[in-house]
Design a protein around this ligand. Structure first.
Ligand code: ADP
Ligand code: MG
Length: 368
């Protein structure tokens, strides 16, 4: 039995279908991320699970029970929002205990649970402070503590870390994941940030325009994108999606003459290759003249962004722009001629018509 199940859930408002026939399961104790660009229906989906929004069609099951028309309280799920939604006039202790007070939990039990949860999220020494006296990360921990203390086995989180700076966000990701594992919570976590999804999720549900684009582990989405949308959404910099033209010996990148897919059926295909899977060959000087001899597919460097651990090189290859991720510092000059090489198992072939992966289509190795 799944902790949460959505069956054919649709949410429409006059003129908008925010969520369109969405079905998925969330296993108990797992961390599931709803990922997708802004406006794709993530928050609406989460709010329908919480009962904060009615569903137009379909059903929501929690622990096997049809909860489609249950109130939020009956569903016994906690929710953490991007805006921490903590009370500015209450101190940390009062904020965390708010829900237990409303439910008239006994004072001794409140204190016991408070001590435990405050310790878990590292707020023990800050219980008397007001929100204004806390950092963003500390405030977010208060919101988290309030969700945890409710002891609901299911916790829904809507972009809970997006107000934090990059360093803190990273720390909180690790903390949150550790906490979720330790407490065995079932978490549905909404984010538009693919790095967050990749680093935290057991399962990613990638949404696009109200529908599910692909569901899988982070590895599935990264290594086996089923569509060009997934291919370009997962990974930074994104996968190169190169439109091909027919050449004499097969499909080529227009403006170059080396076949990248054999045979005549390369037209109408898109070649997907990740920036980290492209090797760079430097032009060697050969023979009597200094005419550069290039191995691989010739390309010209347009820019190099040095990022510390690696360098992102932008180059024009035929009529296409290609990104290459090279390890360390890659000392290339603007305008320099380079050769691009890759191995056929790193290439993904998509249909230009449907944008779907064509698993049977075989790419050629482009040797250096
Ligand atoms: P996300 O969280 O992925 O950014 P949302 O679920 O908030 O997306 O919104 C999905 C779509 O539904 C958007 O087009 C948004 O404008 C629309 N929408 C959200 N809430 C409402 C509402 N209360 N009334 C009408 N349209 C809404
Ligand atoms: Mg949202």
């Amino acid at each position: 039995m799944s902790a949460i199940e959505l069956r054919g859930v649709t949410k429409s408002w006059p003129g908008t279908v925010a969520v369109d026939n969405v079905s998925f399961n969330v296993e108990e104790g797992s961390f599931v991320v709803l990922l997708g660009p802004s406006g794709c229906g993530k928050s609406t989906t989460l709010r329908m699970i919480a009962g904060l929004e009615d569903v137009s069609e379909g059903a929501v099951f929690i622990n096997g029970e049809d909860m489609t028309s249950a109130t939020p309280a009956e569903r016994r799920v906690s929710m953490v929002f991007q805006s921490y939604a903590i009370f500015p006039h209450l101190n940390v202790r009062e904020n965390i205990l708010f829900g237990l007070k409303v439910r008239k939990v006994q004072a001794a039990e409140q204190e016991e649970r408070l001590a435990h949860v405050a310790n878990l999220v590292g707020l023990t020494d800050l219980l008397d402070r007001r929100p204004a006296q806390l950092s963003g990360g500390q405030r977010q921990r208060v919101a988290l503590a309030r969700a945890i203390i409710a002891e609901n086995p299911i916790c829904l989180m809507d972009e809970p870390l997006s107000n934090l700076d990059a360093k803190l966000r990273h720390e909180m990701r690790v903390e949150l994941r550790a906490l979720q594992r330790r407490l065995g919570m079932t978490v549905v976590y909404v984010t538009h940030d693919q790095t967050e999804a990749m680093s935290m999720a057991d399962q990613v549900i990638l949404m696009h325009a109200g529908r599910i684009e692909q569901v899988g582990t982070p590895d599935d989405l990264y290594d086996r994108p089923a569509t060009t949308f997934t291919a370009s959404f997962i990974g930074t910099p994104p996968m190169n999606l190169i439109t091909l033209a027919s050449g004499r010996s097969g499909a080529v990148i227009a403006g170059t003459n080396r076949a990248v897919i054999a045979g005549k059926d390369g037209e109408g295909r898109i070649l997907g290759i990740r920036p980290e899977h492209i090797g760079i060959e430097l032009a060697g000087k050969t023979g009597r003249r200094t005419k550069a001899k290039i191995k691989g597919i010739p390309a010209r460097v347009t820019s190099c962004d040095y990022l510390g651990a690696d360098t992102v090189v932008t180059a024009t290859c035929g009529d296409q722009l290609v990104l290459i991720r090279a390890p360390g510092r890659c000392p290339l000059e603007e305008g320099e001629l380079i050769g691009l090489a890759w191995s056929n198992e790193d290439v993904h072939v998509f249909s230009a018509e449907t944008n779907q992966l064509m698993p049977e289509a075989k790419a050629l190795r482009v040797a250096a």
